[in-house]
Design a protein around this ligand. Structure first.
Ligand code: ATP
Ligand code: MG
Length: 768
């Protein structure tokens, strides 16, 4: 019976909670794991809830036979509504989690909860108090002073039973009586000073109607609902730490079916984001946003509408992990996960947000060419192409033209050349301006020899810009979102960003997107990821900008602060408000040159994570290796950059490295296929750095072999047999020796053992 279940090591990362569960399974305390996600249906779920959902449902997926319940904590009829119940169910399913038939409502337990309350009264552990709320508060004392008993604390069991029955029967007004647990008025934990467990509330409940006029309070309801459902691990956020004593007290003092363990973890806090449901509700009811699903909201409904996929949210939750201390997570991490997820799924198209007309005067009137364009860059490993019509009259992005360009400007300016993506190199020969001197139309000539991607002989054209054919373009409304709050730690509506929504009514898109369905994702080249919004109708597309291609926020903020600094104190105050209060973890990045900046943009477009891209572009041999590796094929930009930055950057900066792009690509493909684990791959790479060579040959010459379950057990046998003293000390309680054993196993396996699986097996063996 006590044989622990092997968990699927790959399903979700381990954390201190899964360590507790592993131990409970190993010790036989539990044979099956049951968790729950307990929202109150008084608002929509937000990204913070997603963290709790991923944790609780993730555990259910990780352990065979485990399950996670969705339980609505609906004990406060005044704030709750079926609209929220439906939205919560939809959002949990959308995230990809299935509670099957295990959907419950605390209100389903009202009768049983009532009986538990009666049980407490009968054993003298609860009483009806009849002083006012204010008096209850006053009598409770303070952290330094013990509480004082209410004059009703010693009512007889009979009187308490009678009053409680009459409370239930609706004989009293709200606030006239309250049922309190009789615990300890001198407890240092204020929650234990005779907390109220039932109150009179004459409100209509969305499920029980008018059946009840008394409602149980959270601390009484939650632990008992958990026990009724046979929850084994009741995971909640840190602010419930003080409630744990009460949770345990209630379960210890009634005849509860079981005693779940409450475990607290740190809630998710995101910069530039508010997550209090009360404040989100205020945004909705006061019309600061268009609804709970406004794409600027941190709600799952809002994120979905904006174009964020469930996979991106789950990846983000995995990335931030589960910790025991509160912290503020940079919203840039979420944006990073969103880009990463959309990169391989969003086909590339061209769209011009702020059109500037261009006449290609050398191109024949009436001629149209259908040019080939790939829908995905080659590194994402996806097929797909489309045709883009080219003609004499085009639109380009107004910001891609500068009449008076600064040095190092690679886009279009009078007399300068630029490549039109997938099409021709054009030179600007004239500018027509309006009365205020703003360009309204450009005249260009094209070079017919440069069609497609053909390199213009002997000339370097540095910039490439996007465009659409004016007569073929389709109209779209594009909604460009910025952060809803303009300060890092917003507190309320006073911190709203007035420029969080910009509606561009007359954007022009290439015709291939015509008729796209609601929910379709695109990357508008050079601009960002977009999703077709529900408001699209009658052939008119409405797009939401999900996220830009790279992080422009910090840059804009820096610029604002710099501009504001000299003269305007008011603006400066605002700008400095936007600066993070806490010291930044990393040193401020060095400024990149214009050319490096461009390269960085390109790398980010290839899926390279921001910081990695910044570091790569500053080391020319690293950038060359990166490009050579991608050119070899079968690898992602993201992984390639990670390996180069983490393992090779210093060496590449300092001198000769014998790794070729083909070699590195071959190595990464082995890692990707799972036939080479990280630590073993690093050994192979170290050889390649020193001596060059092919990874397959090195794997053989280094004697690296696959480690399957049997081989792993063999290695464990050897390691445990070789260290009897450590085994004994571990069993006496020196649990942190696990790291020592794991190190031995990894070494013996040549770095090829799966560390998660090894850790699991080790614990099982050591506990046996
Ligand atoms: P409020 O905004 O009113 O405090 P809440 O977050 O408490 O609302 P619930 O519906 O009670 O809302 O939350 C359901 C579950 O989600 C709880 O277990 C809660 O701990 C968890 N949860 C809520 N917010 C976060 C967060 N930011 N990070 C992680 N878990 C969260
Ligand atoms: Mg709550």
């Amino acid at each position: 019976m006590t044989e622990p279940k092997e968990s699927a090591a790959s399903a979700g990362p381990s954390n201190f909670i899964t360590d507790i569960i592993d131990a409970d399974l190993a010790s036989g305390k539990h044979t099956q794991v049951v968790t729950r996600f307990p929202p109150e249906p008084n608002g929509y779920l937000h990204i913070g809830h997603a963290k709790s959902i991923c944790l609780n449902f993730g555990i259910a997926q990780k352990y065979p036979g485990a399950r996670c319940h969705l339980r609505f904590d609906d004990t406060n009829p005044a704030a709750e509504d079926v609209e929220y119940v439906d939205a919560i169910e939809r959002d949990v399913r959308w995230l990809g989690f299935d509670y099957g038939e295990h959907r419950y409502f605390a209100s389903d337990y009202f009768e049983r909860l009532h009986d538990f309350a009666v049980e407490l009264i009968e054993s003298g552990k609860a009483y009806v108090d009849s002083v006012s709320d204010a008096e209850v508060k006053r009598l409770r004392g303070s952290v330094t002073e013990p509480g004082t008993p209410s004059p009703y604390r010693d009512r007889s069991v009979e009187e308490n039973l009678d009053l409680f029955a009459r409370m239930r029967a609706g004989e009293f007004a709200e606030g006239e009586h309250v049922l309190r647990a009789k615990i300890d008025l001198a407890s240092p934990n204020m929650k234990m000073r005779d907390p109220a467990i039932y109150r009179i509330k004459k409100a209509h409940h969305h499920r029980t109607g008018d059946r009840w006029t008394i409602y149980p309070l959270y601390d009484f309801t939650h632990c008992l609902s958990d026990a009724i459902e046979g929850i084994t691990h009741s995971i909640c956020t840190l602010e419930f730490e003080n409630n744990r004593e009460l949770y345990d007290w209630v379960l210890d003092n009634v005849d509860a079916p079981c005693h779940p363990q409450q475990i607290e973890f740190a809630r998710l806090n995101l910069s530039y984001t508010l997550m209090s449901k009360r404040k989100l509700l205020q945004l909705v009811t006061e019309g600061h946003v268009r609804g709970w699903d406004d794409p600027r909201m941190p709600t799952l409904a809002g994120l979905r509408r904006r174009g964020v996929t469930p996979e991106a949210i789950v990846a983000f939750c995995d990335m931030v992990g589960v910790a025991k201390a509160n912290s503020l997570v940079d919203v840039g991490k979420l944006e990073y996960c969103i880009r990463n997820d959309l990169n391989p799924r969003a086909p590339r198209v061209m769209g011009v947000l702020r059109p500037l007309e261009v006449i290609v005067e050398s191109y024949p009137e009436g001629q149209v060419e259908e040019l080939d364009a790939a829908s995905f860059p080659h590194d994402v490993g996806k097929e797909g192409s489309r045709k883009v019509p080219f003609s004499r009259r085009l639109f380009i992005e107004a910001s891609d033209f500068d009449k008076d360009p600064p040095k190092g400007y690679y886009r279009l300016s009078p007399g300068a050349e630029v490549r039109l993506r997938y099409a021709y190199v054009v030179r600007c020969t004239g500018v027509e301006e309006d009365a205020e001197g703003r360009p309204v139309r450009l005249r260009c000539v094209h070079d017919p020899a440069t069609r497609g991607a053909a390199a213009p002989e002997g000339r370097r054209v540095k910039g490439t810009i996007h465009w659409v054919s004016a007569d073929h373009a389709i109209d779209a409304e594009v909604r460009v979102y910025d952060r809803l709050f303009e300060v890092e730690r917003p507190e309320g509506l006073e911190d709203l960003n007035p420029g969080s929504l910009e509606v561009i009514a007359d954007a022009k898109l290439e015709p291939s997107v015509k008729g796209s369905a609601v929910g379709q994702h695109f990357q508008l080249e050079r601009q960002g990821y977009f999703r077709v919004d529900e408001d699209s109708a009658n052939g008119k597309l409405v797009l939401n900008r999900t996220v830009t291609l790279r992080d422009t926020w910090q840059k804009t903020q820096d610029k604002l602060a710099a501009e504001a600094a000299p003269q305007e104190p008011e603006k400066r105050a605002k700008a400095t408000k936007k600066q993070p209060e806490a010291p930044r973890k990393e040193a401020p990045p060095e400024r990149l040159t214009e050319a490096e900046e461009r390269e960085r943009g390109r790398l980010v477009g290839l899926g390279v994570e921001e910081d990695g891209a910044r570091r790569l572009v500053q080391v020319a041999p690293a950038l060359a290796l990166f490009d050579a590796t991608l050119a070899a094929g079968g690898v992602s930009g993201e992984a390639t950059a990670k390996w180069i930055v983490n393992e090779l950057l210093g060496r590449l900066r300092d001198g000769e490295v014998k790794v070729t792009g083909d070699g590195l690509a071959a190595l990464l493909r082995l890692v990707d296929a799972g036939s080479l684990k990280g630590p073993a791959a690093k050994r192979v790479l170290a050889e390649m750095v020193e001596r060059g060579g092919e990874p397959e040959a090195l794997v053989a010459s280094l004697g690296i072999e696959e480690v399957d379950a049997d081989a792993l057990d063999g290695i464990l046998d050897e390691v445990l047999a070789a260290h009897p003293e450590e085994v004994a000390r571990y069993r006496e309680g020196k649990k942190n020796l696990i790291g020592f054993f794991l190190g031995q196993v990894m070494r013996k396996s040549g770095g090829q053992a799966d560390p998660n699986a090894a850790r699991k097996r080790l614990m099982t063996r050591l506990e046996a």
